[in-house]
Design a protein. Structure first.
Length: 404
């Protein structure tokens, strides 16, 4: 098994991205960080909580609803700091005890301060990685493309334990109560003890798993290659049901809310007819409704809150659907989208592939603000007055509200 090695802690902070000559952000000693972005007057500062709520897993919770604890950026949002990794990010950041954890494509785990963007530690896993981190107890858990699950100390990056699964892990593991569950690209699903990494059970599915898995109500939900969604019993891995939702393509990370499970179907398929969002009964797998873009564009798994499912995709729209029926409540065009939305209160947060992060009202889709960023973004994380966005050019942005 490959063991994680603690590497140097050189500061990689490069300042605000909205100026051609960025300056390093400078924190004050106050309870809220005062960061001076490039292009801002020296008297301007950002409101960032020194003790933010934790966001321990991809999309905010094990059910992957996209709901975040907040608070979100207030006042006039702008880039407070930008951390630059040597390789791109294709996964979301998580937050625990005031630290932001993110994994770049080269398998480097980065721990940086939420208030200042300064690096605390980095670890090279020894293999590429693409799944978002999971914080469990005092360890941050990541799977790599060599098939190894690494658990690292959140304090200093030292190894808590490692467990070799044998095949590449592309998605994020999920905390399912007494066990952590991860899946590999050869279709094996593994339940691991969070303290030791020992295996509690393993189930072999009949197709690949390339996205993150989800958990709710004692059930593990897994999308597999060939267009099927599978529900497994959390206690022993036994298959409860399997539903074919598409004839081709991959299934997105499932979202579970209000007794329903939602998935994007036909991902990476050349067949436009396969591109849709499907809602199923979470207990039985019965199909309840489907929604497709008028252009048959690829769509992604929705974020769900307040009885509405919010869908984004390559048609450039944010679409609010009634979660019970799939009927359209509103639809707005903002630009090509892949970054799965985050929801705080009555506002939705996402970022387009056209270089901007933005916020819209949940009730109407009206745009509230946008901030320039660089690169194709992954799904944002929102806590402590900050919207965190990673991009494929190695940027980790912290967008916060300027103090009046």
């Amino acid at each position: 098994m490959k063991r994680a090695l603690v590497m140097s802690t050189a500061v990689l902070l490069t300042g605000c991205a909205v100026s051609p000559n960025p300056s390093v952000a400078v924190p004050t000693e106050s309870a809220t960080a005062s960061l001076v972005p490039s292009g801002a007057a020296p008297s301007q500062s950002f409101v960032i909580e020194s003790s933010p709520a934790d966001v321990l897993t991809y999309r905010g919770d094990a059910a992957r609803t996209g709901q975040m604890p907040g608070p979100a950026p207030a006042g006039t949002p702008a880039v407070a700091w930008r951390y630059q990794a040597s390789r791109g990010f294709h996964s979301s950041a998580v937050v625990a005890d005031g630290l932001v954890f993110a994994v770049s494509d080269d398998g480097t785990v980065h721990a940086v301060g939420l208030t200042d963007g300064e690096v605390r530690w980095t670890v090279d896993l020894g293999a590429d990685a693409s799944g978002s981190p999971l914080v469990s107890g005092e360890c941050v858990v990541i799977g790599d493309h060599d098939g190894v699950i690494h658990a690292l100390s959140t304090v200093n990056g030292e190894a808590c334990w490692t467990h070799a699964l044998g095949r590449s892990v592309s998605g994020s593991a999920v905390d399912a109560g007494p066990v952590l569950v991860a899946a590999t690209e050869n279709g094996s699903v593994h339940a691991l003890d969070p303290i030791t990494g020992d295996e509690a059970w393993v189930t072999q599915l009949s197709a690949t798993v390339t996205r993150s898995i989800s958990a709710a109500g004692g059930v593990i939900y897994v999308g597999v290659g060939g267009g099927a969604l599978v529900a497994l019993d959390q206690t022993n891995g036994a298959e409860r049901w399997r539903t074919q939702v598409s004839v081709t393509g991959e299934i997105s990370t499932p979202t579970i809310a209000d007794g329903r499970v939602f998935v994007g179907a036909g991902l990476d398929s050349d067949s436009p007819a396969a591109h849709k969002v499907v809602a199923l009964d979470a207990a039985t797998g019965e199909s309840l409704w489907e929604y497709a873009s008028p252009e048959q564009a690829q769509l992604y798994t929705p974020s769900v809150a307040g009885g509405q499912a919010y869908v984004i995709g390559h048609d450039g729209r944010i679409v609010s659907l009634d979660a019970a029926t799939g009927s359209v409540t509103w639809s707005v065009t903002v630009g090509d989208l892949e970054a799965l939305p985050a929801i705080v209160g009555d506002v939705l947060y996402t970022a387009t592939n056209e270089d901007r992060a933005l916020a819209v009202e949940l009730a109407t889709g009206d745009e509230l603000w946008s901030v320039p960023i660089s690169g194709i973004p992954y799904g944002p994380t929102v806590t402590g007055g900050v919207m965190l966005v990673t991009t494929d050019v190695g940027n980790l942005y912290a967008i916060a509200g300027l103090e009046p």
